[in-house]
Design a protein around this ligand. Structure first.
Ligand SMILES: Cc1cc2nc3c(=O)[nH]c(=O)nc-3n(C[C@H](O)[C@H](O)[C@H](O)COP(=O)(O)OP(=O)(O)OC[C@H]3O[C@@H](n4cnc5c(N)ncnc54)[C@H](O)[C@@H]3O)c2cc1C
Length: 444
């Protein structure tokens, strides 16, 4: 089968661009064979590879990535590894109590696996740190979302703390926020540093990692899978497909996956005077109290002192967006930045980019054995840092017949629901998103 579409990531991967030059992994060339093939080196593919390495220490594993490591969505997100329920389609992230308990258990298992990996590979606290995170509220409605969500957390028995406007000002330097809801379990990653660290830690003479190696065809012949790439091929009895929404490009979960883009901008490095004018703490991260609002991160480390702004969602079943779109959304980023940080009027954006999310209508993953010896660890519903890590780890357990309660939990999820035909889905999804963004008001 020919792979229908290859990944196209709009704009630069800023987190990777601000780091020093990266290790080069060679493009695959010539025919190869392996005990395992993992396709996609995002959170899911890297976790699957590490788990396979643990479970089958003597086996050869090949990992193929279409782009450079950390240039794909895993290296271009905002880096919140969130343990608690985070349903982007809800008013305040919360949902059904039992389902939320299960989600939290699963997210935490993903985060624990990432934490063990970070420890084993000696990653710095800039790459991975459990600092908690804040849902920031700028309006009466935002405060209400936070108090509703806090009440939900009480029922779930989850620790949290409500912050007032002055605490938010001390943290962020901005007067924009009227309150916040702190939860301690979230981990913040520097996405590219984390992903590079994972890829580097996997290195062994039994793991072959090839970047800039898109799989263009995948077929089963005489009991083995053969993946074709522009300059080579890999034959392996078992394959883990860790390509998130691109599962559909491989012919699986057709018309069941929603391809959504979200967008971010990163300022240039601020100078000492600008940092002083900003005030607040050097490192923090705020997700919006309203899921359709603006995420803000303040970073300080490799690449200097900067601010990252993320907002807007668009549903794009083509899995591509234009440069014009990036520029247009960039204006929303500039507005969000200017209203929060009027003291930084001279600080412009150095990078602007977009990236893919994969959502399902019923908020479930595209997970399991989808063909003989072919396992999917896809569709992370916008929270791939934690959910992708978990799906990759559990796909390796499924493929090696390693039973666990977590695996049973994930296998018990319903399959992703079918989408309405196009253009109905396009019109409906974009109308719902746009309406949600308009309702978000000053949270955006
Ligand atoms: C701006 C932005 C902000 C975000 N913020 C957050 C956040 O704060 N927290 C969070 O949890 N999530 C966030 N996300 C979402 C998160 O990035 C994704 O959910 C996550 O990357 C999915 O992980 P994954 O490993 O499943 O897939 P991916 O990271 O997409 O990895 C799949 C890999 O497969 C590769 N691939 C695809 N097709 C092929 C092929 N044919 N051959 C070889 N390789 C292929 C791709 O290049 C890609 O690198 C954000 C996303 C964006 C764009």
């Amino acid at each position: 089968m020919k792979v229908r579409r290859l990944p196209k990531d709009p704009g630069p991967a800023a987190w990777n661009a601000i780091l020093p030059a990266q290790t080069h992994y060679p493009e695959l060339s010539g025919p190869q064979s392996s005990d395992w093939l993992v396709i996609g080196a995002g959170f899911a593919g890297l976790a699957a590879t590490r788990r396979l390495k643990q479970l089958r220490p003597g086996d050869r594993i090949t990992l193929l990535e279409a782009r450079r490591i950390a240039d794909g969505p895993a290296g271009r997100n905002t880096g919140f590894m969130i343990d608690l329920p985070h349903d982007l389609a809800s008013e305040d992230y919360g949902g059904d109590l039992e389902q939320d308990r299960k989600q939290t258990r699963l997210n935490r298992a993903g985060i624990d696996f990432a934490r063990q990996t970070a420890e084993e590979y000696g990653l710095s606290s800039e790459a991975f740190v459990q600092s908690g995170k804040i849902n920031a509220a700028a309006s009466e409605k935002g405060l209400k979302h936070n108090s509703d969500y806090a009440a939900h957390l009480v029922t779930l028995g989850e620790a949290h703390e409500l912050l007032d406007a002055s605490a938010m000002n001390e943290l962020t330097g901005s007067n924009y926020y009227r309150g916040g809801l702190f939860t301690p379990g979230a981990v913040m990653i520097q996405p590219a540093l984390f992903v590079r660290g994972l890829a580097g830690g996997l290195g062994s003479n039994l793991v072959s990692l090839h970047e800039q190696t898109p799989v263009t065809g995948l077929e089963r012949k005489d009991g083995a899978w053969i993946a074709t790439t522009p300059k080579g091929s890999v034959s392996a009895p078992k394959v883990i497909l860790a390509v998130n929404g691109h599962a559909e490009s491989f012919g699986y979960f057709k018309r069941r996956l929603m391809h959504v883009f979200t967008y971010a901008s990163m300022t240039r490095a601020m100078n000492g005077e600008e940092v002083k004018a900003l005030g607040g703490q050097p490192v923090w991260g705020c997700t919006p109290a309203d899921p359709m609002g603006t995420t803000v991160r303040r970073i300080s480390g490799t690449g200097g002192d900067r601010i990252v702004i993320r907002n807007r969602f668009t549903y794009d079943p083509s899995m591509e967006v234009s440069d014009r779109r990036i520029a247009a959304v960039g204006r929303d980023h500039d507005r969000a930045f200017a209203s929060r940080f009027p003291m930084l009027a001279g600080v412009g954006m150095e990078y602007r980019w977009g990236g893919r999310l994969c959502l399902s209508r019923n908020n479930v993953p595209a997970f399991g054995e989808v063909d003989s010896g072919l396992y999917a660890a896809c569709c992370q519903n916008g929270l791939g840092t934690a959910k992708g890590t978990l799906a990759g780890m559990l796909a390796a357990e499924l493929a090696t017949d390693t039973p666990s309660e977590l695996l049973q939990d994930l296998l018990a999820e319903a399959p992703p629901q079918s989408l309405p035909p196009e253009p109905v889905a396009w019109l409906g999804a974009n109308a719902v998103i746009r309406w949600g963004e308009l309702k978000a008001g000053t949270e955006l």
